[in-house]
Design a protein around this ligand. Sequence first.
Ligand code: SAM
Length: 378
Amino acid sequence: MSTGDPALVELIRCEISNHGPVSFAWFMEQVLYHPEHGYYSSDRATIGRRGDYFTNVSVGPVFGELLAAQFAEIWERIGKIDNFLIVEQGAHHGEFARDVLESLQQRFPELFSALRYQIVEPFSALQDRQAQMLQHFRDRVDWQGSLEEIEPFFGVHFSNELLDSMPVHLLVSTGAGWQEKCVSLDGDEFAFVRQPIAEPKLKELAANAPRLPPGHEIEVSLAALDWTEKVAAKLQRGFVLVVDYGFSRDDFYDPQLKTGTLQARARHRRLASPFDNVGNADITVHVNWTNLAEHAGQCGLQVVAFTDQHHFLTGIISKSPALLEKADPKRKRELQALLHPEMLGRTFQVLALTKDVDPAVSLAGFKFARNLRAALGL
Ligand SMILES: C[S@@+](CC[C@H](N)C(=O)[O-])C[C@H]1O[C@@H](n2cnc3c(N)ncnc32)[C@H](O)[C@@H]1O
């Protein structure tokens, strides 16, 4: 028997019994985002020490404080406009928004009085949590259910670990081409089956993917490409800052990653299969930064900088050393977790995209960044 949330398992099983194998992207969408039973949408996801996994945000408020300083610099660089919007997507329980707004209120009151903070949140259970967390900032924050619903804006779109939780298609190399790994049933159990690729966009991407040895697996995130198009359409002037874990294209297709980057996690442990504990575990993939950056360029965004989190946060601190003034032992431990190359410092990367921003503008976070084209293999 496949384990997990019984109602969720049953509805996926029914779909497969009635209509045949489903794409892994559809399966992942149900597992994480089914409106009633999904891991995130039902608010079952728990992040942090007592939860399923850590994020930068769950380390403590220092991540939000450092990003607040970066947002303030963006505001200055695009002309201290009075309709500056910070759009956050994937805000979970609103901790990052709270940390940013508290820090801006204390350290950058001029920006604080000029800005609005908008959270893109499709799920009411999470919107309720965020509203509770952000009670003190009710006059600054509003919500939209999707990117399509937000107004064109000036400012910054921010996300931390949004793209790694978007549904992906799984492809497996035949040596001469690619097949899709879909989800079927073996008795009552979920099982992978290989099928010819049906989706036209996926076919096109597969045709352009490098030849890899038979059996090599990769993930393709059509959702991430679609997201890029939507953000590009809404941003009028400003930055998109994407924080996540991933690889450049060359590393993504490294033969050592033969089994791809897909992971299921619960209680800080990696599960043997994405079919274990369905709906009670997270499913993630690494971001293909090169594909994302290339697509962003095709959608009218400029790809301006890319670096790892260690260098990004070090750059911000170097411009705002006052941020470390009240570094008590707890804060020092938080900073170390974010910065240390063997903790989160190298695991995470930051991509900056812009629209209608003078190319000479450079941000503190990218002061120590390597050459963009070399880092992304563009
Ligand atoms: C891995 S969690 C990261 C949460 C938080 N940013 C943090 O760092 O702690 C991913 C979050 O992205 C959200 N998410 C995924 N797709 C989304 C979408 N299209 N719009 C808004 N949120 C989305 C999920 O509901 C979940 O809260």
